[in-house]
Design a protein around this ligand. Structure first.
Ligand SMILES: *[C@@H]1O[C@H](CO)[C@@H](O)[C@H](O)[C@H]1NC(C)=O
Ligand SMILES: *[C@@H]1O[C@H](CO)[C@@H](O)[C@H](O)[C@H]1NC(C)=O
Length: 361
């Protein structure tokens, strides 16, 4: 990289986080059954819409008209545990013999988890910005607690690993909270059309209710501000498709080969500009066959700075060890680890890894 490019980089050192949407949503104004809509989306885009979190939901709402629309959620009949926030469930801390009551929600008691009927009134802990926790000293059922957290904070708290479990337990002890508190863990038998593990749900109050025992698909309704309702799958509605913006390629290539592949077949090697995109990248790399996957991160040996190959400076950072100031002697590129916290690490560019392409300009 030469001196000229260095000056260009300084001029464009702006992070436009608002542009970092992970999926592109498309409203299709043709009436189809859920299954026909699914087929259409899989042919023209990636799949019927998956909604991972409140950011995605706000993005979808932007395209909403007065029409009821299908989204990609369908009932399978097999229950699974999920986090309300949409975080993948990689860690569970059930007390011995739990879950055992057939209930659909979970509480924390002395640092361990118990299943508990969702309709009970309990106090609860919300997650707030900057990994903060907020105790809400009001008795609410699980669903109302979830709505409260989403309205005033972020969501009901997720406990993603042992460290977070200890933090939450300490928070509960420090605040002298006694008795059970709701955490964001719940189970249901709904599954996204694209098989993603997303556990985000945005049901309207009292839904899903499986009226008449035939409601196995989910619609989004403008008359209830985009909240969801379960309904008969053969009804004819318009629908929302999505296209993934990041795609994992499970080939083992060097960084330069990966760059060429992405530019020929998609748009570019992926850049991760924000925490939302980091989350999306974390979802995508779960299927990888190598220990890390290439990103479009590159280090200039002359200037000793890291940059994204599409020309942006690195604003959002997620390094395993902060090597951003260390000048490597060989050509170095950046990859994201597939396990653990999935932080970034640098590799010689001759390493052969899976990689993530982006599908958008
Ligand atoms: C890529 O490398 C990994 C780890 O060495 C290996 O398990 C996998 O089979 C390789 N994939 C291909 C497509 O060669
Ligand atoms: C990061 O630093 C720690 C502690 O110095 C070290 O054990 C670890 O191997 C480093 N990770 C990488 C990927 O270099």
């Amino acid at each position: 990289m030469d001196q000229t490019l260095y000056f260009i980089l300084i001029l464009i050192a702006l992070c436009s986080v608002s542009e970092c949407v992970q999926r592109q949503y498309y409203f299709i104004n043709v009436q189809k059954s859920w299954t026909e809509a699914q087929r259409y989306c899989r042919e023209k885009y990636t799949d019927l819409a998956t909604v991972d979190n409140m950011n995605d939901m706000n993005e979808v709402k932007k395209g909403m008209t007065y029409e009821r629309v299908w989204i990609g959620l369908q009932k399978t009949g097999v229950d699974k545990w999920h986090w309300s926030s949409g975080d993948p469930v990689l860690y569970l801390n059930w007390a011995t013999g739990q879950p055992n009551s057939g209930a659909y929600c979970a509480v924390m008691r002395n640092g361990q988890w118990y299943d508990y009927s969702c309709s009970n009134g309990l106090t609860f802990v919300c997650s707030s910005s900057n990994n903060g926790l907020v105790f809400v000293n009001q008795m609410k059922n699980w669903r109302d607690a979830q709505s409260y957290c989403r309205q005033y904070h972020i969501d009901l708290v997720s406990v993603r690993n042992q460290n977070e479990n200890q933090q939450l337990q300490k928070f509960i002890n420090d605040n002298h909270i006694s008795g059970d508190v709701w955490i964001g863990l719940f189970r249901d038998s709904w599954q996204w059309s694209d098989q993603s593990d997303s556990s985000f749900r945005y049901w309207y109050t009292g839904e899903p209710n499986n009226a008449g025992g035939i409601e196995n698909c989910a619609e989004m309704r403008p008359d209830i501000h985009g909240q969801w309702n379960d309904i008969y799958c053969n009804n004819q509605y318009s629908f929302v498709c999505h296209e993934d913006k990041l795609i994992l390629i499970k080939e083992n290539l060097t960084w330069s080969e990966a760059l060429r592949y992405c530019r020929q077949n998609h748009v570019d090697l992926a850049a991760v500009h924000s925490e939302e995109m980091q989350l999306e990248a974390m979802n995508v790399v779960q299927q990888a066959s190598t220990e890390a996957v290439w990103l479009g991160l590159r280090q200039s040996r002359i200037l000793c700075i890291w940059f994204w190959v599409r020309g942006e400076t690195v604003c959002h950072q997620n390094w395993e060890n902060d090597t951003s100031e260390v000048c490597e002697s060989a050509e170095t590129s950046g990859a994201v680890q597939c396990g653990g916290d999935q932080r970034w690490i640098s590799f010689p560019e001759t390493e052969k890894l899976n990689f993530i392409c982006s599908n958008y300009e």
